[in-house]
Design a protein around this ligand. Sequence first.
Ligand code: PGA
Length: 253
Amino acid sequence: MRNKIVAGNWKMNNTLEQGVTLASEIVNMVANELTDDVKMVLCTPYIHLSSVSKIIGDAEKISLGAQNCNDNLKGAYTGEISVDMLKSVGVEYVILGHSERREYYGESNEFLAGKVNTVIEAGLTPIFCCGETLETRERGAHFDFVTNQLTESLFHLSVENFSKIVIAYEPIWAIGTGVTASKEQAQEMHEKLRAHIAKKYGTEIADGTSILYGGSCNPKNAADLFAQKDIDGGLIGGASLKSRDFVDIGKSY
Ligand code: PGA
């Protein structure tokens, strides 16, 4: 049985006050409404983490996540945040390799391989993002492109460490655009990724790896997507900023 995960990526949105309100609403709704065995993850901006951690408290179905971290453990890296700092405020998940970080901050597959190591060695769970541009898909190169992202950033890991990874397939053309991949397109890619993992690590590990879909996922399309056999949940941007929408997505299995 794979873990079902719905992670909200708040990106660079919300003041602390707004974030606290949003997190409180989500925690209450989840406690009252979420009956399925789903893990909801709140990936907030760094400055929200400590406050949101207290709001989550020991709520069973909600965990705290960060959107990034530094690949070094400590030292003279002005403006950066380490895995130990994240752990000290209760973070359990770290989004790595989001396409916005790849595009705006030049994070390559090779560089991300190092960050993956840092996060796993710290005992945190990476939510590793992959996904192609529209141009790559239209050239018919999307399967090779996305499987190669896994190969170059993850396939150096031991079986034991790979089994700690969560993957999020996020076609770049679907992020924040309102254009969602169809359930067939998403399922097709998830199946390819699982087969790629199976070739390297065996079917047992591949079958146990949670692969989330991201890209304009909302309460209307989530149920169709999550019903696909290789889609284990979602990484949610825009819709995670509205408590009602985010929790409704969590209830879409
Ligand atoms: P979106 O973002 O849901 O707003 O498309 C998804 C993401 O970037 O993780």
